[in-house]
Design a protein around this ligand. Structure first.
Ligand SMILES: [Zn+2]
Length: 332
């Protein structure tokens, strides 16, 4: 990969994070091409479609998924933020302020969330994710287990298959998805429903606590302790409003954040989509290790999860009205 000193801080940061998460990029004409962390992270073979290049004029690293994934989603996946595309934040020209359209309420909420996650990440000193070096594959890919996603009526909608491939330095895991067409399994994504949806619906109706964790394995672990738990398919960064709406009306939702940058960004997104739609939102994390499985393996109970600084306090408060929200924005 190119390491041209003329390429600024944003280039170093973004290409390092992409390399760590998705593997090295390839130089092709004006772009360095990486696998897109949003739509090409399933472990299958793809022709890399995420172009990255540095624009010295703007002091900006341009990130473009040629399949049209959103920049923000791409950066979310590698633990970075939109502002990391600039070597330094663009200067505001005070003369232009009057002409600028005021940010919409959605933009304001988005900005407030990003700033909150920044504080949480800085406080926890979470490093930029790095991908362990597994070396070359030394054997065939095998399926480890399959997680069936059911619709509200209990019928199958899709499946996530967890796989492993032996490498020189350990086993590499990957995931693939398939959708039930009614007659066969198609190798494609499926409707954005939470895992264990029928149980989630029961939990909402009966007013039980619901845990939202980062992967199916942790859902299983939480369920084994007698709790109701759920997640979205394909991990951090893929939770949407459609997933959230199934939890609306729940009494208490406990979002368990994996202890890394994508985990915090993911947890904040989950909490944001539930805030004001459920009785109480908590954002907690493992007292030992990275995720809920580590926490339970260390002998801790679910009642021993720890608060995530900033995120837990913020989302635990009742959602503020537009008036209060404006004041929060101004006082930042
Ligand atoms: Zn993409």
């Amino acid at each position: 990969m190119t390491h041209d000193p003329a390429q600024g801080r944003s280039w170093q940061l973004i290409t390092a994070a992409l390399t760590a998460t998705m593997g090295p990029g390839r130089d092709r004409a004006r772009w360095t091409l990486f696998l897109c962390p949003v739509h090409e992270a399933d472990g299958q073979h793809h022709n890399p479609s995420l172009g990255v290049r540095y624009d010295p004029q703007q002091g900006k690293t341009i990130v473009r998924c040629f399949a049209h994934c959103d920049d923000k989603d791409v950066l979310d996946k590698i633990g970075l933020r939109v502002r990391d595309m600039w070597d330094r934040l663009p200067e505001r020209n005070p003369n232009q302020r009057g002409q600028r359209r005021p940010p919409s309420q959605a933009q304001q909420a988005q900005q407030a969330r990003v700033s909150l996650v920044d504080k949480a990440i800085d406080y926890a000193r979470l490093p930029i994710p790095s991908k362990p070096d597994f070396g070359e594959a030394v054997g065939p890919t095998e399926n480890v287990c399959a997680y069936l996603y059911r619709r509200a009526d209990g019928h199958e909608e899709g499946v996530v298959v967890r796989k492993k491939t032996p490498h020189e330095h350990g086993e590499k895991k990957s995931f693939s998805q398939a959708r039930w067409s009614g007659t066969s399994w198609e190798p494609t994504g499926f409707a954005p429903i939470p895992y264990r949806l029928p149980e989630v619906i029961d939990g909402v109706q009966s007013g039980r606590e619901i845990y939202v964790v980062e992967g199916e394995k942790d859902v299983q672990r939480a369920m084994d302790t007698g709790q109701i738990a759920t997640c979205n398919a394909m991990g951090a960064g893929n939770w949407t409003e459609q997933h959230a709406k199934w939890l609306h009306g729940a009494g208490r939702v406990i979002v368990v954040a994996d202890r890394d940058r994508p985990g915090y960004l993911h947890a904040a997104k989950v909490a944001e989509t539930l805030h004001g739609h459920v009785g109480e939102v908590r954002v907690l994390q493992a007292a030992a290790g990275k995720d809920l499985s580590d926490h339970l393996d260390a002998g801790h109970g679910l009642d021993q999860l720890e608060m995530v600084p900033y995120l837990d306090r913020h989302y635990r408060q009742p959602r503020s009205g537009p008036q209060q929200q404006r004041q929060i924005t101004r006082s930042r």
